[in-house]
Design a protein around this ligand. Sequence first.
Ligand code: 0X9
Ligand code: ZN
Length: 305
Amino acid sequence: STFYERYHSLEDIYFWINRTQQDNPDTVKVILIGSSFEKRPLYVLKLSVNNRPNKKAMWIDCGIHAREWISPAFCLWFVQYSLSFYQLNEDITNILDNMDVYILPVLNPDGYHYTWTTNRMWRKNRSTNRGTKCIGVDLNRNFDANWCTEGASDQPCTEIYCGAFPESEPETQAVADFLRSHKDIVQIYLSIHSYSQMLLFPYSCTLEETENHSELLEMVQEAAQKIQRHYRNIYTYGSGAKTIYLAPGGSDDWAYKLGIKYSFTFELQDRGRYGFLLPPSHISKACNEALLAVKTIALKVVEKT
Ligand code: 0X9
Ligand code: ZN
């Protein structure tokens, strides 16, 4: 199997980020956007194929939940695919000609490292909490979108602990600060999770519909149909609150409220057979499915503008 058909330790991923930039100095920039609770760097790769002014952008983050290993694997896959198939594949060429792509391969490096060394099923980050031995905040409950209402918990010992206050965690803060300072150019926000094969959009923090609900629904429906046709695999789709559950404080809802109107969360393979322990032999199909969904959505946005 190739490098991209295996899971990689955090150390390997940092090494890969460095090498990818060195091998592609004209296309790839590495931006340090902050650091984790345990002081690990948070690096964003910026893919930019030409110097056209006023280019729009797409943001993709992976690895917000530590145990969802297919997610960082997808971010690496996407970068490699973009660098390899620009000017060979029509879709990725069209996308990269029209937008820069910002990719954060591991949003929660402390948690990811912990799943490699100590507890494979860890979900949260690794920050200490006042008055308890329980560790970690669910970073996807820590954003400022109906923060800590129904679907999150104020108990540090739970898996869905929302933190002491919105953006209390350095990882959340780094992402929120970066997106706030780039909100005029970022058109698409995309957060990669697993598992359950779902293409979700806001809101998850309320049952209300967004102003562009039907447009978002059309986009994920088309993406799901293409995945079914090409890969014979079923992805369900819809707003988060109506499709899975109420879950406030998520990055997608926060990004939407910031003004990024095309905001999505993808839940990659599988539907529960292996769950978070998806075997490496499934990485290529899982990533190709997600890639098709990303292309479908990005091309629709390019067409509109
Ligand atoms: O609950 C979550 O954070 C996500 N599911 S997971 O099993 N990967 O933990 C779904 C996130 C959907 N979006 C929001 N809740 N905002
Ligand atoms: Zn997740």
